[in-house]
Design a protein around this ligand. Structure first.
Ligand code: IPE
Ligand code: IPE
Ligand code: MG
Length: 251
């Protein structure tokens, strides 16, 4: 019974139609650094709390029956950051994956990675592979974690693979369709997100899911990611449910 997931006193849940949820929600996990700075803490402290927030929101998405949650955790541009910040993010990722390997079976949350992982340490790549193997046995909400991910890089990577298939005689340029090209992306087989949430207040995509978000509803909130709560998720879903999605047509 879906109503069991929220208290009657929570008016934000009351605004959501739980029978008409998006199948796929994407979130740009932004605002960790500002969250820390406002508390006089190093930026890395924000990343630590942000990782906990991800756990809470991913579990809640599973509870309410969201099929796919795709999160932007580290972009192809984030390598420009100070080395100690990048190192801390990678250490947090390792800790997250180690814990996930222990808990994902119990929690029935599947993990999938999008992005070029080949530049990560061998250890991180092996942990990601273990998560993938466990996920193959599970049925719950699929969390796509985007690491070293860029929308443009994803499209170039897909184009290269298609060109290779053409050179090998497996594919033909004149037969390429949008649906066919979709199958070369990291997100192959996953429906486009209906809703993209950006905490931290910025009004841009920052190179996230450029292909997949062609008709996705965008929701930006000033709330910083470490503070993002189930109530904020309710607000975003309620806003999405109030949108008039026309897909270029008329009503
Ligand atoms: C998002 O938070 C996390 C990553 C990009 C890894 P930021 O670190 O960008 O936080 P702000 O935007 O500086 O507050
Ligand atoms: C986008 O946030 C990337 C992630 C959250 C992983 P950024 O903080 O890197 O984006 P900009 O620099 O504000 O565009
Ligand atoms: Mg940011």
């Amino acid at each position: 019974m879906r109503l069991a997931f929220w208290k009657k006193s929570d008016h934000t849940a009351g605004q959501v139609d739980f029978g008409r949820l998006p199948r796929h929600i994407a979130i740009i996990l932004d605002g960790n650094g500002r969250w820390a700075r406002r508390r006089g803490l190093p930026r890395t402290a924000g990343h630590k709390v942000g990782a906990e927030t991800f756990r809470t929101i991913a579990t809640y998405c599973r509870d309410i029956g969201i099929d796919y949650l795709t999160v932007y955790a580290f972009s192809t541009e984030n390598w420009k950051r100070p080395q100690d910040e990048v190192d801390t993010i990678m250490t947090l990722l390792k800790r997250y994956l180690l814990e996930a390997i222990e808990t994902m079976e119990r929690d029935n949350v599947r993990l999938n990675f999008m992005g070029d992982l080949t530049v990560l340490s061998r250890e991180l790549q092996e942990l990601a592979a273990q998560c993938n193997a466990i996920s193959a046995r599970l049925t719950g909400c699929q969390c796509n974690i985007c690491i070293n991910y860029g929308g443009r890089a994803e499209i170039v990577h897909a184009a290269r693979r298609f060109a290779e298939d053409c050179a090998a005689g497996i594919a033909k340029p004149e037969e390429l369709t949008e649906e066919h090209f979709d199958g070369y992306l990291y997100s192959a087989g996953i429906p486009s997100p209906e809703l993209l949430i950006r905490p931290g207040g910025e009004q841009r995509l920052s190179n996230f899911l450029l292909w997949q978000c062609a008709y996705t509803e965008f929701y930006s909130t000033e709330v910083l990611w470490p503070d993002f709560s189930k109530e904020d998720l309710h607000r975003a879903i309620a806003a999405y449910q109030g949108r008039d999605r026309r897909f270029g047509g008329v009503r």
